[in-house]
Design a protein around this ligand. Structure first.
Ligand SMILES: O=P(O)(O)OC[C@@H](O)[C@@H](O)c1c[nH]c2ccccc12
Length: 260
């Protein structure tokens, strides 16, 4: 049940194919037993108003180095500033993330944690659960027709899934697959270009098609005005670089939320 990655174009294809090599080469590591059940990601997003999912992000293919940060410390600052969930990149090469970052964040905050990675193998789902994640990212452009199978496998592993799309066609595929939490990425992962009109456009299309689940706007957000434009249209927004890059990520989030 591994997706056919030869058809994934651009940077996304490169990252996904490399990820599969790494996953297949890795020796499964036993994880220490988790203390308690992780909090619900879906419930955190469904809370009134626009929920912020704040991301722990060190580097990316589009921005290069972002910050040399301490994952647990940044997550605590996000939690104090009002984030409702924390996203942790665990892809090691293109994003300088790690499983250890996810475990550290899970231990540091009571918020649900999203494992942000390129899921290309079912093993990564059991692994996410064992690391303490409440949810995983599933990218339709990577998984294609296997999206539904991975969604079911995530549920069976006790995880919520944020299903990511970046155009109308992918959105329709995600709906057919039964996605309940849909993220629209403003960044085209094959070209890395950001266009903030993407999320509202695709969200409108999804609502027209009758999607009644949770909607998340992803990537490129830097200002209060941009967030205000999402109120009432999205349940949540995923913000990484503009927070992580700030010397004081908590203060950056408070400014975005208008609570300074
Ligand atoms: O740093 P930004 O522009 O605020 O974006 C955050 C998040 O949306 C972005 O990291 C992201 C969205 N989907 C992804 C898939 C893989 C890696 C990263 C991502």
């Amino acid at each position: 049940m591994v997706p056919d990655l030869s058809r994934v174009p651009g940077v996304l294809g490169r990252i996904a194919r490399r990820r599969l090599q790494l996953v297949e080469a890795a020796v499964p590591q036993p994880s220490p037993p988790l203390a308690g059940r992780p909090p619900s990601f879906a419930e955190a997003l469904a809370a009134p108003g626009l929920s912020v999912i704040a991301e722990v992000k060190r580097k990316s293919p589009s921005e290069g180095a972002i910050a040399d940060l301490d994952a647990a410390e940044v997550a605590r600052a996000y939690a104090r500033a009002g984030a409702r969930a924390v996203s942790v990149l665990t892809e090691p090469e293109f994003f300088a993330g790690s499983d250890a970052d996810l475990q550290a964040v899970r231990a540091a905050v009571a918020l649900p944690v999203l494992r942000k990675d390129f899921v290309v193998h079912p093993l990564q789902l059991a692994e996410a659960h064992a690391l303490g994640a409440s949810a995983v990212l599933l990218i339709v452009a990577v998984l294609g027709p296997l999206t539904g199978a991975y969604l079911d496998a995530a549920r069976r592993a006790g995880l919520d899934a944020l299903v990511e799309v970046h155009d109308e066609r992918e959105a329709e595929l995600a709906l057919e697959a039964g996605a309940e939490i849909l993220g629209v990425n403003n960044r085209d992962l094959t070209t890395l270009r950001v266009d903030l009109t993407t999320a509202p456009r695709v969200a409108r299309h999804l609502r027209t098609l009758g999607f009644a689940g949770l909607l998340v706007a992803e990537s490129g957000y830097r200002s209060r005005e941009e967030l205000a434009s999402l109120e009432g249209r999205f349940d949540a927004v995923l913000i990484g670089s503009s927070l992580a890059r700030d010397p004081d990520p908590g203060a950056a989030l408070r400014r975005l939320l208008g609570s300074t």
